[in-house]
Design a protein around this ligand. Structure first.
Ligand code: ADP
Ligand code: MG
Length: 317
């Protein structure tokens, strides 16, 4: 593989990656051999997740690559959070544009290392390529479920309370490049009470909550329109495109907040005293269905027709 600008070359670049990575006691063998070797807790359920970001599809050519690197790791950490797991280690595969391979590789790496450092995740390896195409970066993260088990999408029950961990909508203004994976929040919540079902909000609340409903045996849910927390970015976008802030909150995606369901009594206790540093908003209730509905301020209940983002059905970034 030829990554040959600035005279650094593929091996020089990988050597820079290697030196930029702090030591981590989970790592028996890190960057530099044919495989990495990771120490998992004996008996732990290992979680694995992967995500790919493609220039021109998931980010723009002029987006800062430090942020792109941080985002690529961040979205994976958000998936580990959605299982209430602990992230342990990551591997990074990149296809760098030949004309600026070293520069791009180093900038990506800087963002990845910074995000990894914030969550104590070990960078243990990867694959570095260059080509005449656009930049593509794919990160795989390994984590562990806690001894309470991994929280799945499929555990919601009728009468469960539906909660989210933060305000939603409008991330496209810029927040989408700087996800705040809710790893600590998920662990704190899961330690406090039994989370029945959970998902991280990447494709929009309406679409992602539908995943929970479908996986939990085709249940339904009613959301209180007034209770959905609206991010200021959703209001800002609404002023420009005249779609309502609620519509943005339901459909925009890339919020990387958690949506989860718990026993209604647990929800009351949680709202009365949430774990330190954790935000929780009660937005609705699971029922037998059908489907997702919205209850408006005047009491009207209507089917929610908002679609989530679907990469295979065309549409935006
Ligand atoms: P191999 O040919 O045996 O797969 P490579 O020469 O591709 O090995 O990689 C050498 C070492 O550098 C390996 O430990 C690999 O995991 C690591 N590595 C390669 N690219 C990256 C990267 N982008 N980030 C982190 N580690 C990397
Ligand atoms: Mg090898």
């Amino acid at each position: 593989v030829d990554v040959k600008d600035k005279g650094l070359g593929e091996f020089g670049l990988i050597e820079r990656f290697r030196r930029g990575v702090p030591s981590n006691d989970r790592v028996a063998l890190g960057i530099g051999d044919d495989c990495a070797s990771i120490r998992f807790t004996p008996g732990a359920e290992v979680l694995v997740t992967t995500d790919m970001l493609m220039e021109g599809r998931h980010f723009r050519p002029d987006d800062p690559l430090i942020e792109v690197g941080g985002k690529c790791l961040g979205v994976n950490l958000s998936d580990i959070a959605a299982m209430a797991g602990r992230p342990i280690a990551a591997v990074v595969a990149v296809a760098l544009p030949k004309a600026r391979a070293v520069e791009a590789g180093l900038a990506l790496q800087e963002g990845i290392v910074a995000m990894a450092g914030r969550f104590g995740v070990a960078l243990v390896g990867g694959d570095t390529n260059a080509w005449d195409g656009p930049l593509v970066v794919s990160i795989t993260v390994f984590g562990e479920a806690t001894d309470r088990g991994a929280v799945r999408r499929s555990g919601a029950r009728p009468s469960d309370a539906v909660l989210v961990s933060g305000p939603l909508g409008g991330s496209l203004i810029g927040r989408h490049l700087r996800p705040e994976p809710r790893v600590r929040e998920a662990l704190a919540l899961h330690q406090r009470l039994e989370i029945h079902a959970m998902i991280d909000l990447s494709d929009g609340l309406a679409g992602d909550l539908r995943q929970i409903l479908q996986e939990s045996g085709n249940l339904g849910a009613v959301l209180d329109a007034d209770a959905v927390p609206i991010h200021p970015d959703a209001v800002a976008m609404s002023l420009v495109d005249h779609r309502s802030p609620l519509d943005h909150a339901l459909s925009d995606g890339e919020d990387f907040e958690l949506c989860f369901t718990v026993d209604p009594d647990d929800a009351d206790r949680l709202l009365a005293s949430p774990p330190a540093g954790v935000m929780v908003y009660l937005i609705g209730r699971i029922d037998e269905g059908p489907g997702l509905r919205l209850r408006h301020a005047d009491g009207r209940v209507e089917p929610c027709d908002v679609r989530g983002f679907d990469h295979l059905s065309g549409g935006g970034a």
